[in-house]
Design a protein around this ligand. Sequence first.
Ligand code: MOS
Length: 735
Amino acid sequence: MKFDAPAGINPIDRLKVVGKATDRIEGPLKVTGKAPYAYERHDVAKNQAYGYLLGSAIAKGKILRIDIDAAKAAPGVITIVTSENAGQLAKAKMIQNVAKLLAGPEVEHYHQSVALVVAETYEQARSASRLIKVDYEKAEGRFDLAEQIKQDAGKEPAPPPGGGPPPVYRTGDFDAAFAEAPVTLDATYSTPDHSHAMMEPHATIAAWDGDELTVWTSTQMVAWAVRDLSETLRIPPAKLRVISPYIGGGFGAKLRIRSDILFAALGARLARRPVKLALERAHIMNNTGHRAATVQRIRLGSTRDGKLTSIAHEGWSGNLPGGRPENSVAQTRLLYAAPHRFIALRKLDLDLPEGDSMRAPGEAPGLMALEIAMDEMAEKLGMDPVEFRVINDTMEDPEKPGRPFSHRALVECLRQGAKSFGWDKRQAKPGTVREGRWRIGLGVAAAFRNNLLRPSAARVRLDGKGIVTVETDMTDIGTGTYTIVAQTAAETMGVALDKVVVKLGDSSFPASAGSGGQWGAANSTAGVYAACMKLRGMLATKLGFDPAVADFSDGRIISGEHRILIGDVAGNAGLVAEDSIEYNDAISNDQQQSTFGSHFVEAAVDIATGETRVRRMLAVCSAGRILNPKAARSQMIGAMVMGVGGALMEACAVDKKQGFFVNHDLASYEVPVHADIPHQEVIFLDETDPRSTPMKAKGVGELGICGVSAAVANAIYNATGVRVRDYPITLEKLI
Ligand code: MOS
């Protein structure tokens, strides 16, 4: 189905099933242990052996020699994979990974995979890995972002990897406008490296059958996994099957294939039996990707009555040579009006583990800086921070005047939030509200994240009993995909929710948009809608009804006087329809599609210890139609928790001499626990965006984290009068 926006009235608009706060249909499986993760699939691939990965002990240099003799002779060891016996296949760089997954002879980052030990048990594999002797030749590495920024000073931003113009965007004359502005702000902010810290580690079971490979794994993007495995192992996609029905969190960590999947496949080939491999927690920090640290300089120039005339946002971040920068300036190109603008993104080479996407890559760290800057500027102007944002709202792309947003309700989000949160009780002067030993403050921030359109396919089967089975390779990373897909099929086919069976996460199903960039919900359901509409057409045609007129309700197809059970039309043989949603590029080119929101936070800071407690949180979202308010709220509050982590505790500690993240476990990489999080409120504006997809929905999975940390920082400032521009805001920065 080709989607030509805007969508007219369609079967989804009935909202009998879609739009309802429905419980997760796979929930009972999850809470009764019947939704196993990849590593727990003891029922597949008989005779599984265990893998254990050995990571490099140096961050940069060469492997001179690997001695595996002692390890090979250890009890239970079946085989050992290294760069010396993996052949050419494993040495290839995969298109989406920056570093090779297998080190040797060059080592590109700490804990880059050096060897896989395969043994009868996990303990035997781990124990044998300690007997591998690796001689390294260490080389000088670059591990200090601040140092690299210093050396880069005065240079022009480099072109992005793969070519193209350097990411510098100029509108009007920033320098002149900023020089003339009566009120200005020039401040620099920093955000640290973050780890996804998802619950389920990267894990895979790989089994070969001749030249055919099946992997049970944990991935957000089944089709990408097939493509990347096919390229790396040089086997045709048709000989590969990737299965990933249940996933314990992704946050961007599982967009691309990592060592678990490649080494399970290589190990299984050498061992001639299935191999299972999970990355240990330390390897998740140093062997895979993370959100790269940023430094951001923001300059704002304003008239005395608070109209921004000039905005500059420069972002710096590091990554391995060839890697992408963290796009911390993304939101600043679209969020506030100002005729004179200068936006630049700079990437420095670092030899730390690979920087990669993490929940709202770009906007999440970008808004951590921009939304403090807006708070600082409002204070300089003597304006309320909500009002200051409202008067600088724009209904068109600030870099391309005349190009509208498909829908934009930032002002409503701010106003509704202020009203619901009791913002009028905020004291503008910081440090003035006290309750016993606590100083109390309120903070606000805007939220912004783009809405991306991606093709997505699905297959729908209808059997003689009227059961609708949906098959798509779409994943549910804990987001509620099973449920919104079922709601979409039930609504479109006019059947009850319990008449729908949803099968996800299998490359033998049609390729979906996958779970990334908060595009999963809107695009994958649009693909299911397309397939269901095709099936409706087949049913109508079979009966000689006009598909444009036939209605589907109560398990029946209805046309004039006729009310016929759809199962009866399908008959014993059943009916199958497959289709995909496809978009005209013009939809995204002519109109800017984004999601908007506001975050309000009340924080209390202990006058003696500097301990911060978040007391209340509210988010208001403008994200098109909300397909399932319960699942969407769940996405929002989870993201808000992550934003509190970003504000107060999360940071990978960089060892600038040895070049690795020191706190590579969940004891020392701190994330919020239940006791850190207060009651959270979420309000969704009642709206649709007919230009997004036929579902008229957008995403919230990443919007939820955007701006939260700055709202916390601004609440802390309002409480204490201490402005911290360097995240996380730990207590020693407050006292
Ligand atoms: Mo997302 S960071 O594309 O999972």
